[in-house]
Design a protein around this ligand. Structure first.
Ligand code: IMP
Length: 443
């Protein structure tokens, strides 16, 4: 059974949640392997809308086991709130949620440090979600982080907490003039969280290995996107985890030899939230049109997202870094109203046209996008389920984009519902999951 990594090809919010939810009924296990409650994966089922921050999107499928891998940072209060809300909506979590003992905790001082750092960063502000994700990963790399396994060992937890509170309070007070924390104010709630989460905390790397050896199929659900990766993204305007396909191995304890493929997800246009370079960013009427048609407001923060044309240079880079075998293109219908649509094919910088994604911050900020212009189709593609039903110009746009980035599209998503999906018959996706073919009924 195939083990596939699903990653965002852009700056996050590519509508991965919908795709993972569609695929979850064809796999046995879904793993989140990085990020924290900074993510916002939206899944629409009938009239119900679910937004997942920490939990894997597969949690809505009763037969699907969901794992929070060691690469994730967990804010226990936020996770418990999410779990309780799901239980109230009739979703069972017993026996299908497993949290790694090695996953690190987001502690109350992490969001405080996140906000304090941002407030003093001036024009180097990242525009973080303020959830404490960066500071939690900084503690992990600095070897002073606190793991899920530590939470279950009361004495060790207190010892690590005391050390951290002294250190964090000094930073908060002396550098940022911000509010400080007492050990007792954290200890009580966190020990309650420990009691709540204990049944779910386990050696998930071992479990995954045993399940894979028994022939179960695992899907690795990436959060955020390639361009926010700590190593490969637009540093420092990134998140603090390995969002790319390599992160699936380190963030879950699964060797690269067990991964069979990579599915990338990209919108038909481009968007980003927060600060940082965005070469194809638009301003004015077209930007507003994409924002309102695409409902481009952050799933977690509600912030308006920045919008722009599809960037084939950045997408080709994402295909290369992740080894994407195929791509799912989402929100094609957002472009339905455009008279013309553009694709960025290069960046003009100091007289040269760059066709490979550069690594210099200055170039990201100063390069001018070189566009190819296509006439729009100006007819609704919303809800279409067959490729042949798409207007010719929409197909031409997709085929040109696919040619430029060097990988075919396995799925074209035409709306938020599970069945508003066009499945391409001969893509790697249908080879990995043959049962997908019959699962999306024709209109
Ligand atoms: P952090 O992950 O909260 O530290 O934020 C760092 C950067 O990543 C900011 O630009 C955020 O807007 C961005 N970011 C974090 N999570 C997401 C996400 O799920 N979707 C899109 N952008 C995100």
């Amino acid at each position: 059974m195939p083990n596939v990594v699903v990653v965002g090809a852009q700056w996050g919010d590519e509508a991965k949640g919908k795709l993972v939810d569609v695929l979850a009924s064809h796999v046995d296990v879904v793993v989140r392997y990085q990020g924290g409650n900074n993510a916002g994966h939206t899944v629409i089922v009938g009239r119900e809308k679910f937004v997942f921050q920490s939990l894997p999107s597969g949690i809505l499928r009763p037969d699907c086991r969901c794992v929070i891998g060691c690469g994730v940072v967990v804010d226990p209060a936020s996770m418990i709130e999410e779990m309780e809300a799901l239980v109230q909506r009739g979703v069972s979590l017993d026996g299908n949620l497993y949290i790694s003992k090695n996953a690190h905790l987001i502690m109350p001082y992490h969001p405080a440090l996140d906000r304090a750092t941002e407030s003093k960063a001036g024009k180097r502000r990242i525009g973080t979600t303020g959830k404490g994700v960066g500071p939690a990963y900084a503690d992990k790399a600095g070897r002073i982080g606190i793991r899920m396994a530590d939470l279950l060992d009361q004495r060790l937890f207190r010892e690590k907490l005391e050390y951290n509170v002294i250190q964090k309070n000094r930073i908060l007070r002396e550098i940022y003039d911000a509010e400080t924390f007492s050990v007792e104010s954290i200890l009580g709630p966190y020990l309650r969280f420990a009691g709540w989460l204990a049944p779910y905390i386990t050696d998930t790397a071992l479990l995954l290995s045993q399940w894979m050896n028994a022939g179960r199929s695992v899907l690795f659900e990436g959060a955020q996107g390639t361009m926010l990766d700590i190593d490969h993204g637009t540093y420092p305007f990134i998140t603090s985890s390995s969002t790319t396909a390599g992160g699936a191995c380190t963030g879950s304890g699964i060797p690269p030899t067990k991964i069979d493929g990579c599915l990338g997800i990209s919108k038909a246009y481009c968007r980003r939230v927060g600060e940082g370079p965005f070469p194809t960013e638009l301003h004015g009427e077209t930007a507003d049109l994409l924002r309102s048609r695409g409902n481009e407001y952050g799933a977690v923060t509600g912030r308006p997202r920045r919008t722009g044309w599809a960037d084939a240079v950045a997408l080709r880079y994402a295909v290369r870094i992740n080894g994407m075998d195929t791509l799912a293109i989402t929100k094609l219908d957002v472009l339905d109203a455009c008279e013309t649509v553009k694709i960025c094919t290069g960046y003009r910088y100091q007289g040269d046209v760059l066709t490979e994604f550069p690594e210099e911050e200055r170039i990201w900020h100063e390069a001018e996008p070189v566009y190819e212009e296509h006439s729009g189709w100006q007819t609704s593609t919303q809800g279409l389920r067959e490729y042949a039903e798409l207007p010719t110009k929409a197909r031409e746009y997709l085929e040109r984009l696919s040619e430029l980035i060097g990988v075919g599209f396995g799925v074209v998503s035409t709306g938020p519902e599970r069945d508003e999906t066009i499945l391409m018959p001969d893509s790697p996706l249908t080879q990995w999951y043959p049962s997908l073919r019959g699962s999306i009924p024709p209109r």
